[in-house]
Design a protein around this ligand. Structure first.
Ligand code: NAP
Ligand code: MN
Length: 281
């Protein structure tokens, strides 16, 4: 095999693999390293061009969180083990094809798709902290219901009481948001979605009930009642906090790049993940 011909512009493609650490994902990772080195690709955890996730959607969330500081330089791609993943386009028996596509495809506007992500700023007495979420951010009460004022563009919308609030990206709209009855949003729509988690609605407490979709440049602020024990989740990670003054949520000016080495339209992905596994497979 002539590896030089495969490489883009003579420079080796640098890649890193994040894997789920089950037997199959470990085995496929080893095989991938072997095939990649035969193709002249370089394993590089510091400055990879492509980060490959081998496992489930949770593995892609981990890959994203590991490389969130280098989003503009990296394209993500997913190979799924176990059941079909939403972020993973490639199946285990397509690993040879995937390696050769990765080694021979130039990453440019034709082969990269960019998806909007959610940016969160937590304000505490000790300052501000910023986070990025690929799927969603949630705020939940721990020992009692969450009580919080919800503001949109500096105007109060409601006093929320309930289990929590979920703010998702378009690619995250098929995850937790979907279980909450939120809409599935095409990722070409630069927006975030606010969905309620078991809000309390009675003669005293009232929330809007529907999920809300905010465009780019709008912002949503959540002001939890003081000193509540809260659970903050960012994708698959969670932290307990009791020091939050407010949380600002926006559509991030940053985007995440996914390597689109072959077409797999979003609506086909939705159908295959939720309706029919067989069709088109
Ligand atoms: P997990 O418990 O394995 O995730 C729950 C399910 O969501 C899994 O089937 C996961 O796929 C799938 N998933 C993740 N991202 C998705 C996406 N963008 N579109 C469609 N399905 C998606 O935990 P995890 O793997 O660490 O993932 C964390 C995510 O779980 C959170 O970001 C949140 O969206 C989701 N979650 C959902 C609920 C709910 O629906 N009630 C509650 C809590 C959290 P894999 O099995 O391939 O990983
Ligand atoms: Mn998972």
């Amino acid at each position: 095999m002539d590896t030089k011909e495969e490489n883009i512009g003579g420079t080796a493609v640098k890649y890193f693999v994040v894997q789920r650490d089950d037997e199959e994902s470990r085995h496929l990772t080893q095989l991938f390293h072997q095939l990649a080195s035969e193709r002249g690709m370089e394993h590089d955890n510091k400055n990879p061009d492509i980060v490959l996730s081998i496992g489930g959607d949770g593995t892609m969330l981990e890959a994203f969180q590991l490389y969130k500081h280098k989003l503009e330089k990296i394209a993500f791609v997913g190979l799924h083990t176990g059941h079909l993943g939403f972020f993973a386009d490639w199946k285990r028996d397509e690993i040879h094809e995937l390696v050769s596509m990765m080694a021979s495809t130039a990453l440019d506007s034709q082969t990269i798709v960019q998806y909007p992500i959610v940016e969160i700023e937590l304000e505490t007495k000790n300052g501000k902290e910023n986070y990025l979420a690929l799927n969603e951010f949630t705020l939940k009460g721990v020992d009692r219901t969450l009580v919080a004022q919800l503001y949109i563009n500096d105007q109060m919308l409601e006093m929320f009481r309930g289990d929590g609030i979920c703010i998702s990206s378009p690619v995250g709209s098929t995850a937790y948001n979907k279980s909450l009855g939120g809409a599935i949003l095409h990722p070409s729509i630069e927006a975030l979605q606010i969905a309620e988690i078991a809000s309390i609605n009675n003669r005293v407490f009232r929330t809007i009930g529907s999920s809300l979709i905010l465009p780019k440049h709008h912002h949503c602020d959540i002001f939890p009642r003081e000193q509540q024990n809260l659970l903050v989740t960012i994708d698959h990670r969670s932290i307990l906090r009791n020091d939050l003054i407010s949380v600002r949520c926006i559509v991030s000016p940053k985007k995440v790049n996914f390597a689109r080495l072959r077409p797999f339209p979003f609506w086909s992905r939705v159908r295959e993940a939720f309706i029919s596994f067989e069709i088109g497979n």
